[in-house]
Design a protein around this ligand. Structure first.
Ligand code: IPD
Length: 264
């Protein structure tokens, strides 16, 4: 195993260990909960402990790599590899004990994600992908949804933390609902992208995500054959992450462009 496969193997083993830590902590109670930018933006002591474990393990294995973590910012390094880490994506679900929160770890080289793993901490389900090597849930290769008609598509989305953004996101969802089968808001963008990769939802979109929310799930969706872009076809980013199988991408993209222009 060399290159991106090696990075993927490391991400998988570190994600498993971090998930074990978070599960053990959750079993003992929620731990300390604090808010960040707004009341909806929460962080717990488990997020911090899991991120510390992940960064420690990556540094032990690959001391020169850079690390970008949700809770601790950037760790410098002079290797071309940058790890993008979300210790608990779906922290609100974690706090409420709802399930559906995951560890997300991606490896990027020259601004391109080359490997990623997302592990559902509660259920133990695990999705991983290597650029050019496919997307997998355990040993099953993923190929996304076969739905071709937007009218019967189940679309996952999420909402950010800033009140004005949430109001615009709500307006866009309101405009989309009459044109799709239904909306799901599960609470973890990383896992939602994996559900889209697996075809358990037909597509996913969200505005205003941070890279740690979508880097690993994004490569899983891409390697499952979905188109993963921003709103104008550019690479997925903070502006928009839209992931859809080829047949749904065009109509969903066009509808979202129109609704975002109206909500702006
Ligand atoms: C959040 C989740 C949520 C999405 C938010 C994210 P966090 O990440 O992915 O589904 O709608 O935009 O910030 O804060 O739980 O790591």
């Amino acid at each position: 195993r060399t290159g991106a496969w090696e990075l993927c193997d490391l991400a998988v083993s570190v994600a498993r260990e971090a998930a074990g830590l978070v599960r053990a902590r959750r079993a003992a109670g929620i731990g300390h909960v604090a808010t960040k930018s707004t009341e909806t933006d929460v962080v717990t002591s488990a997020d911090r402990a899991a991120e510390r474990l992940i960064t420690d393990r990556i540094r032990q294995a690959r001391p020169a790599d850079r690390i970008l973590g949700e809770e601790s910012g950037t760790h410098a390094g002079d290797s071309p590899v940058t790890w993008v880490v979300d210790p608990i994506d779906g922290t609100v679900n974690y706090v409420y004990g709802l399930g559906h929160y995951g560890v997300s770890i991606a490896a990027r080289v020259a601004d391109v994600t080359v490997a990623g793993v997302v592990r559902d901490i509660d259920s133990g389900a695990e999705w991983r992908a290597v650029r050019g090597g496919g997307a997998w849930r355990d040993d099953r290769r993923l190929t996304g949804s076969e739905v071709t008609d937007l009218g019967v598509a189940l679309v996952a989305t999420g909402f950010g933390y800033q009140p004005d953004r949430r109001a615009r996101q709500g307006a866009v969802v309101g405009g989309l609902l009459p044109h799709i089968r239904d909306i799901r808001r599960f609470g973890s963008a990383a896992l939602d992208l994996c559900l889209a990769a697996e075809g358990l939802v037909d597509a996913f979109y969200e505005t205003g995500l941070n890279m740690w929310d979508y880097a690993a799930g994004g490569i899983v969706a891409e390697e499952a054959g979905l188109r993963v872009t921003g709103l104008s076809g550019e690479p997925a980013g903070a502006g928009m992450v839209l992931a859809a199988p080829a047949a749904l991408y065009g109509p969903l993209h066009d509808r979202l462009v129109e609704l975002h222009a109206r909500a702006a």
